[in-house]
Write a protein that binds this ligand. Structure first.
Ligand code: PEP
Length: 693
């Protein structure tokens, strides 16, 4: 793969990853700051699907918080490039579930807006489906090439960020539940002018709504409108509002206050009041938190004293209102309003709103109601009576700082940690470099021998994966993969030859001609390969390759410009009889000693004790070093000290990521020829990484 293509792929993956991260952090965050909003949305879905009977009451809120924190946390993971494989897999899975689900919601439309960005951005189901298709495609790109994601935090410390974002999400959700949402995206936010938000621009027609009231008398229920509202011998049960004709829909279109039991619409009186009005909002009195009811009564007395209006707005029926009055000693007037509107006004049951001139001056949750100390002076003279307007920008900055300051500290600590490791590594590398200078530079090589494994497609996939892994994380040594003949040309197409070399596992001992089934060195070379393994113990044992035949093969390979990885090694009986040195020397002499020094410079030796190949038994690092030193001395005798110093001698035989470092650390071991462990990208890379400090 050429560099430009790789760069393009890297760019695509990282752009997609940032878009996904920002989307998830945002959608998680807007849900975290308003868990009740998401809870109501889940309740809407549960009701629309008729599941109320078997979904326990706590589930919608638990789901709301879990979903919000999950989205936020995986968004942060994606942003920093943490647990790349797992995170990209989670995204893909999430999008694979959500995309068909939103298609279903689009087709059936059980609930008006989808709720995926809380109240911050309202999308229709169609818009959500299109958004999900785009995110699904991006998730696939990121999942497919997850290794190309650049990490912004070290692998070792990534758990601190994950844990921190979970804890932050949970704490912020609890604060928003206890107090009120940190951000209020609804039309009833502090500072909102409700009258203005209800206005219909001149020349436009507004929608027409009809509110009906279900009333009961002597066990008989009937529906009434405002025009024929009955006398107080009827008991109010519930109200229903429906749109009877569409028109321009203002931001606030369903806010009405009907005094009970009179049935008088006092909406405009309340909004036009130039003094203060307190609205105690309790969508359902039967579910309202009454732990602070004394404070509410105290507040009502304060309002009477200072002549401020006070109404309790509820969607509960007359019976429940009477029960509340009796139980809680409530003397204040009650008014009826739409249940959904009340839940939208304030995310607390009960919650408190302070209005003046139709503008929302302040809001409180049932846990933060004004205390007796705050009720000492009239509102005109107290801080409570001033518009509590925090600009969105300030709130955003404050929340960002809460999150970012500790996060920066964690990242800073991580960078210091990485820096100190880097410093240690540099020192270590310097030491190695000094060592290498004294004994001359030899090529470090890790070569894979796939043997007769993997079909063509599997082979190309493995080579592609390895190429990507090593492009993203450059090796500290030469890397070669030697494949069956039929893989060569295809594998050559997917490899970046600056990073990975390609070799065959054998070649013919004849130049060309009627040798059916054979593959010549020239053919190997023409496939794009640069290396060939010769004299592997399997070929010596099963195909009768003698020293003479191997000599022919070596000559032909070198003549065709291939580098030869020449294998030598004793069988178990020979080692047990302590004949290993003799055997290895004979193998070298029999096939290589006729070469010139120049020809020999294209030979890489691989010492592979036959008893260790594919058996799980490894020669100890000391045994390997002893033999490698002997081989080098033998080469020095034949080709001179310089050739001996320059030849790379690889070790082969059950080499794994767990033992490679120890073996490669020996001064005469210049890398490995890897069989079984070369068939898995992670294992092979683990061995390659053994060359990293
Ligand atoms: C080999 O066949 O060259 C080899 C070293 O195999 P393994 O790593 O499986 O022992």
């Amino acid at each position: 793969m050429n560099k430009a293509k790789h760069k393009l792929r890297w760019l695509a993956v990282n752009v997609c990853r940032i878009v996904l991260a920002v989307t998830f952090v945002f959608s998680g965050f807007v849900k975290i700051v308003d868990p009740k909003g998401t809870q109501y949305k889940f309740v809407d879905y549960i009701q629309a699907f008729g599941w109320e009977a078997w979904v326990p009451e706590f589930v919608p809120l638990a789901l709301a918080i879990s979903l919000a924190v999950f989205e936020f946390c995986v968004g942060i993971n994606m942003f920093f490039g943490m647990r790349r494989r797992f995170t990209s897999w989670l995204y893909l899975l999430f999008m694979l579930v959500m995309t068909p689900l939103t298609l279903y919601l689009w087709l059936t439309n059980p609930v008006e807006d989808c709720g995926c960005f809380g109240d911050a951005i309202t999308l229709t189901h169609a818009e959500t489906f299109i958004k999900n298709i785009v995110l699904l495609l991006m998730s696939w790109v990121v999942f497919r090439y997850f290794r190309l994601m650049t990490r912004f935090i070290s692998e070792r410390n990534q758990w601190t960020i994950s844990l921190y974002s979970i804890v932050f999400g949970l704490i912020l959700a609890c604060v928003s539940l206890y107090r009120l949402p940190v951000f209020d995206f609804r039309p009833y936010h502090v500072g909102a002018d409700l009258k203005a938000a209800m206005e219909i621009p001149e020349g436009l027609e507004g929608p027409v709504y009809e509110t009906t009231f279900v009333m009961e008398k002597d066990g008989v229920r009937e529906e009434f409108t405002l025009e024929d509202y009955p006398d107080d011998t009827w008991t109010f049960i519930e109200s229903k509002t429906k749109m009877v004709s569409e028109g321009f829909i203002p931001e606030i279109h369903d806010f009405s206050i009907i005094l009970t039991p009179e049935g008088e619409d006092i909406t405009m009186n309340v909004l036009a009041d130039t003094s203060y009005t307190f609205l105690l909002i309790a969508p359902h009195l039967e579910e309202a938190d009454d732990s602070n009811v004394d404070r509410i009564n105290e507040l009502y007395d304060y309002c009477v004293e200072h002549q401020y209006a006070f109404y309790c707005l509820t969607a509960s029926g007359d019976e429940m209102i009477e029960t509340w009055k009796e139980l809680e000693g409530a003397d204040y007037p009650f008014a009826i309003a739409d249940d959904i509107t009340l839940k939208t006004i304030v995310r607390s049951n009960p919650g408190l709103v302070l209005l003046k001139n139709g503008v929302v001056y302040n809001k409180w949750s049932c846990n933060t109601l004004p205390t007796s100390d705050q009720l000492n002076a009239p509102l005109e003279q107290s801080l409570m009576g001033r518009l509590q307007l925090d600009s969105r920008l300030m709130v955003t900055l404050r929340v960002l700082l809460w999150f970012l300051i500790p996060l920066r500290l964690v990242v800073f600590a991580d960078r210091i940690w990485v820096g100190s490791k880097l410093y240690k590594r540099m020192k270590h590398r310097k030491k190695i470099n000094n060592l290498l200078k004294t004994r001359k530079m030899r090529k470090k090589i890790v070569a894979g021998n796939w043997k007769m494994n993997l079909n063509l497609q599997e082979g190309v996939a493995l080579a592609t994966e390895l190429n990507e892994a090593l492009t993203a994380d450059k090796p500290n040594c030469d890397v070669v993969i030697c494949t069956p003949f039929i893989h060569l040309a295809s594998v050559a197409n997917v490899l970046d030859t600056n990073i990975i070399g390609l070799g065959a596992e054998n070649c013919a001992d004849k130049e060309q001609g009627a040798y059916t089934g054979e593959v010549s060195a020239a053919m190997v070379k023409s496939s794009g390969a640069q290396y060939v393994i010769l004299a592997h113990s399997a070929r010596r044992a099963y195909y009768g390759e003698t020293a003479e035949i191997l000599k022919e093969k070596v000559n032909l390979a070198l003549a065709n410009g291939l580098k030869v990885i020449f294998c030598i090694g004793e069988v178990l009986e020979e080692r047990e009889a302590e004949k290993q040195n003799e055997v290895v020397k004979e193998q070298l002499a029999g096939s290589l000693f006729d070469l010139t020094t120049e020809q020999f410079s294209n030979i890489i030796l691989a010492y592979e004790p036959v008893w260790a190949i594919g058996t799980g038994k490894t020669a100890t690092a000391e045994q390997a070093e002893e033999m490698h030193a002997f081989i080098r001395a033998t080469i020095a005798e034949q080709f001179g000290a310089e050739a001996a110093e320059n030849v790379s001698i690889l070790y082969g035989g059950s080499c794994k990521p767990s033992n490679a470092k120890e073996i490669f650390a020996k001064p005469n071991v210049d890398g490995g020829l890897i069989g079984g462990a070369a068939l898995k990208c992670a294992d092979f890379k683990g061995i390659i990484d053994a060359w990293k400090a």
